[in-house]
Design a protein around this ligand. Structure first.
Ligand code: FES
Length: 492
């Protein structure tokens, strides 16, 4: 039984509410600052540790305040039916009332517990003592309400706006914002559910609703068997959450071998230069045929002879984008040294403008095992050399989405002066995340910089770049005591 009558929240919900990572909450629990019970934390304790100022900064407070202000402006215009914003405002007000009632009840509960403990132990108090205890307890129970921005009221409001989904058997959790589909929300959270077409045809995204309710957001052609209907199966790509808490049984990919090989045709959205040496190739897949892959994996890109101006061109590239956006695939294509047959080179076709917006590119894959170790909670160290940043970028975006580690360090070494072609993005990660550090450096400085990091043997290290740079660095790390299973290497 829970120790008091405060509102209890799961760690995910508390982290979502406060706008901080789940690992940050776990750290406070480990350090004894934040009490927890059976994986839950009390709203009162959150309020105590993260006072109102933090809540305002978390964005949750802003979100609800904006809705309230918007609702006020619209109220004059509405006479018959309330708008969604007005309904949200009223829910927020009711949430505050409920929170205050709950708080008062909690205080009464504590008063009774105190009195009972007093009567249970030692001699019975005299009548005047009992009266004084009662008066003091009642004064506390009826004390002034807590300031606006109360955790419990905000949580009540956010429960309306975003549903919480627990996935079985993995125990993964994610939030569904507004009426987005379960599939979209799961991918955004870095999960790897089974799926195919993404538009209600193939049935691969089937999930069983264990508790709660889901409802379709569009009509799908897929027909469930009678047994599946009886077991509450839904299509994740076609349904959203109706209940604020939903438990789903979902088939998830845990390793690269769980992802099927796919061959699709994508269109070039854009080609633009990130630097003199690197071009960004942006492909978009058809809505009904997206690429399923794990962060850090590679694919083979192919260009037909007609477009390539000769024979078919093929080359393998790591996907630089996150699987959470499975329609938009980004690649960082490096310039290759010109040679006699450079016209037969896919990279050359990108640089000389033969690959343009609107062209069809075949995408085949995914390949490779350079993926995040999901079961590890060790600090993450990413080491990119030149365009080795591409798979590292995908891994970092995924690691941030799934709250994978307490700390992330990024070393980006370049063989060219200033060759870190997306410095703004790395600085933005470092600015936005407390436990993220970014160190740009010249390739020759990398060995010494890594040798200075005493925490490497306790970390998971992901190292990517050209083979002639990466292999000596990997050997040096192993010689310095990094356990082989903690070192993940990708050569381009
Ligand atoms: S992914 Fe094909 S039906 Fe949902």
């Amino acid at each position: 039984m829970l120790a008091n009558m405060s509102q209890w929240l799961t760690l995910s919900r508390a982290a979502h509410l406060l706008g901080i990572s789940r690992v940050a909450l776990q750290k406070r629990i480990r350090e004894g600052e934040l009490p927890s019970f059976d994986g839950m934390v009390a709203a009162d304790d959150l309020q105590r540790i993260w006072p109102e100022l933090d809540l305002e900064e978390s964005g949750s407070f802003e979100k609800t305040r904006a809705i309230r202000e918007d609702a006020f402006a619209r109220r004059m215009r509405e006479r018959i039916l309330p708008t969604q914003e007005a309904l949200a405002q009223r829910l927020f007000a009711q949430g505050q009332e409920l929170a205050e009632l709950q708080r008062t009840l909690t205080r009464y509960h504590r008063l009774f517990e105190t009195l009972r403990a007093r009567l249970d132990t030692g001699p019975a108090p005299a009548a005047d003592q009992l009266l004084r205890l009662l008066d003091e307890g009642l004064a506390q129970a009826l004390a002034a309400p807590a300031p606006a921005g109360d955790v419990a009221a905000l949580d009540a409001m956010l429960r309306v706006m975003s549903a919480h989904v627990t996935v079985k058997p993995s125990g993964h959790e994610f939030f569904v914002e507004g009426s987005e589909t379960l599939l979209k929300a799961a991918l955004r959270a870095g999960l790897t559910p089974n799926y195919g077409c993404g538009n209600g045809n193939c049935g691969l995204c089937k999930a069983r609703v264990v508790t709660g309710e889901a409802r379709p957001v569009f009509a799908s052609d897929y027909r469930f068997s009678e047994a599946e209907k009886a077991q509450n199966h839904v299509l994740m790509c076609a349904c959203t959450a109706l209940s604020s808490d939903l438990v789903l049984e979902v088939l998830e990919a845990g390793a690269p071998e769980d992802i099927p090989e796919q061959r699709i045709v994508a269109k070039v959205r854009s080609v633009d230069a990130l630097s003199d040496e690197i071009m960004r190739l942006h492909l978009q897949t058809p809505r009904s045929n997206r690429l399923r892959f794990l962060a850090g994996q590679r694919v083979t890109l192919g260009l037909s002879a007609g477009v390539a101006g000769g024979s078919d061109l093929h080359a393998e590239f790591p996907v630089a984008s996150c699987p959470c956006d499975d329609r938009n695939l980004i690649f960082h294509v490096g310039r290759r040294v010109a040679s006699a047959d450079s016209s037969q080179d896919f990279s050359q076709a990108v640089f000389d403008g033969r690959i343009k917006a609107g062209a069809d590119i075949s995408v085949w894959g995914p390949w490779g095992r350079f993926v995040l170790e999901e079961d590890s909670s060790r600090p993450l160290v990413f080491v990119a050399i030149d365009a080795g940043f591409a798979p590292i970028n995908s891994l970092i975006e995924h690691a941030i989405a799934v709250d994978a580690a307490e700390s992330i360090s990024l070393y980006w070494a370049s063989t060219q002066p200033g060759g870190q072609y997306l410095p703004g993005q790395c600085r933005a990660w470092a600015a936005a995340l407390d436990e993220f550090s970014y160190l740009p450096l010249a390739a020759d400085e990398l060995p010494a910089a890594l040798a200075h990091n005493a925490a490497l043997p306790l970390s998971d290290i992901y190292l990517a770049g050209a083979a002639d740079r990466v292999q000596p660095q990997a050997a040096a790390l192993l010689a310095d005591g990094v356990p082989p299973r903690q070192l993940h290497v990708e050569t381009l």
